[in-house]
Design a protein around this ligand. Sequence first.
Ligand code: AMP
Length: 898
Amino acid sequence: MGVVPIRHHFLLVLLSAAARSQVNPEMCRYPLGMTGGQILDEDISASSQWSESTAARFGRLDFDNGDGDGAWCPDVMSESDGLKEYLQVDLRSLHFLTLVGTQGRHADGMGNEFAQRYRIRYSRDGTHWVAWQDRKGRQVIEGNRNPYDVVLKDLEPPIIARYVRFMPVTDHSMIVCMRVELYGCQWLDGLMWYSAPEGHQMIYRGLDVYLNDSVYDGVASDRLTKGLGLLTDGTWGLDDFLHSPIYGMWPGYDYVGWTNKSFPRGYVEMVFDFDHVRNFTSMKVHCSNMFSRGVKLFRQASCFFRSQGEWEGEPVSFKPPADRVSQGARFVTVPLGGRTASAIKCRFHFSDLWMLISEVAFQSGSAVYNTSLTPRKRGHPTNALPGEDPTHKVDDSNTRILIGCLVAIIAILSAIIVIILWRQVWQKMLEKASRRMLDDELTARLAVQTQAFSFLRSSSSSSSTSSSSEEEGEEEEGGGREGEGGGSSGSSTYERIFPLSADYQEPSRLIRKLPEFAQSAENLSASRSARLLLQQGVGPDAGAPHYAEADIISLQDGPGSASSCSSIAAFSLLAGREATVREFPRDRLSFQEKLGEGQFGEVHLCEAEGMQDFLDEDAPSVERSSGGAPLLVAVKTLREDANKNARNDFLKEIRIMSRLRDPNIVRLLAVCVDTDPLCMITEYMENGDLNQFLHQLQLGEGPPTTEEEVEEEVVGNIVSYRKLMSMAVQIASGMKYLSSLNFVHRDLATRNCLVGRSCTIKIADFGMSRNLYRGDYYRIQGRAVLPIRWMSWESILLGKFTMASDVWAFAVTLWEILTLCQEQPYCQFSDEQVIENTGEFFRDQGKQVYLPKPACCPGDVYTDLMLSCWRRNAKQRPSFQEIHCRLMETQRSMLASA
Ligand code: AMP
């Protein structure tokens, strides 16, 4: 009995160790010193220069003065395909690069040269050069549109290199000039390349699962040599290897996998070569363990070492504990016993038919990835540059300064540890308080206090009849932390918030660039809603709009008018309802399978024994099992390490859902909140989320012809247009219900709708963001994650969420449905371009780009419905009542003509 918990504890320790020593692409985004000057002039070179005053050393982003002409400009380029001219940066050691920034030559209005497109090449050793390409194989990067704005591009996949070349691409003979910056962190693993057998293709239930190393940058044939790839890209595969955390990738994308049928010796051999001789403490291998599909962790790893010449005879062997309980993917730490080597050869022994690895990381000496916000410093150029900080100068020969720095670092670390411990104690106390609150609240059937439902924090001051002061205190506290920025440990961990460079184009900056905004904000401030927004820090001079909470602005005269009708009044409608959600005995739930993973934690399919006694009379949409047999339910669990914000949001979702009763809204059946982990039990929707459901379908040609087809409408993987319309009608109906309660969903999208039997659609997810769909969300500096591709212009630019902005999102959702979720909305645009397009919606000068008409969409549905939902003036958008009516009419006319 005692073995299992100890083993789990052991695995947890390994996992947390992995987190500390693993490069984290989301944190590893520090400017490496083109702007700041840490990269020396002598490390910047170029293929050619137009003149001495446009030499390579002037190619520093955001650096315009000095004796140069404002940027690096190569000699006149003739029909360059981007392969001849380059600006080269030597980082002096290997770095993990996640982002690049480019700018043209502005020179205080004198210059107007910039690179509209460019390529990147990189090298780890200075001789072997690789052309960077994105995950879909595209090499050319969209660059600048004017000489002054900084354009940032995420490198997906990231680059591990010492030398980087920026290579402008032009179509015709023109002068281009560039200023650049690289963002990332030092590559502490020191791994130069790995070699391994190329991954295999798995067929799983008729689905092709490609387990090859698709981003390997060396020589790829039967054996991969001299390169790095998926195993070092900093992205770990999900538990379910068929899905990828990266949008639009094929099944198995994140893993390299092999079947034991091709390895008669029973193991896969991989060789790792490093930049120099190192003292290795451990290797971390991220593996899948989906034993139900024949995939297991390796049984044993044996590693040989080589400093020079021959491999040493004595290997280090390690057997991870076999885990037949959890199918979760995990890091396995292989201790390497402090062995010294510049190359390591490891044999990973199969323990089942398949072995899948998504990441390998090495720890040597004292190399631990820096999680502080201070970028690496490495000396300064001789000429003074803006932002230069003399205290950061490092004199390598001065050991006393070094020792002083070390002592200071130790002191800072100790201080951080004390603060973290103090925070933990404090957090526990707060959690206890909020648990007490929750118990009281649920006993009172979750609905006694009207204002418990008010999310509009800024209105709390005006709501004298407000909710329990305890709860208000919590809300305000959360808001305060958000304002502090992404570095704060108080921000939700599940909201991926992180600091970016000061040049990052967040929406509020874009607002300031719009001259018309000042006027319109003044007009807006006359209304109460605008006052609220301004209180929240939104306005021409304020920081980023306040998005982080579920603000609800009720509508006074229908959709579009965010006006004086207070949110509290709006919610009294909801709060007044009896919310009868009861505590369900946890031991009557028996686990069947994992359904998915969301922001709060895992979602499981369970059998709930005796659930019938817990259901309301009015639970018609839940299929009751006959004869007292257990009911299948979905159980959403709050992960055990969730912080206070996540916990509060989870409870909020419970409160919201407990009050919603509609055939097209997912029904909350019961909760388990007496003990941890907190769970909410909802009806089970057997076809999962609508996005994935549609993604695997194809549109049938023409209307259904046979009786069965008319009845079924999803036959095999063919779906009829009529069925798609019926899905849209159901969502419109659910939204009509929400709008009758003045409830703003804020994240309507196919990923947040679930599909039950016979294509019943129900709206779910009253929180925001999911791991699986992280590409759908845009991260704002120090703020929340935002589904910008579904958001109206006023939500993005003003932080205003209304029923009319839900209407906007509905039209995007309809577009997704009619394109069968084959691509993300505006997939041809980067996040920054989507926000620029939002600016065009605001200006309304006919330059805004609309989502195109889906091929199967009748012209009138597109022009009369979709386009009307994307009108600039929110008051002119249709209400959900109207949308529902129009879609019903379309459906009726389809039936009549069938
Ligand atoms: P969520 O935490 O709501 O984002 O859910 C994560 C994933 O779990 C979704 O993508 C669904 O595939 C699955 N899921 C959530 N709720 C249900 C449900 N009621 N029935 C079936 N699958 C669900």
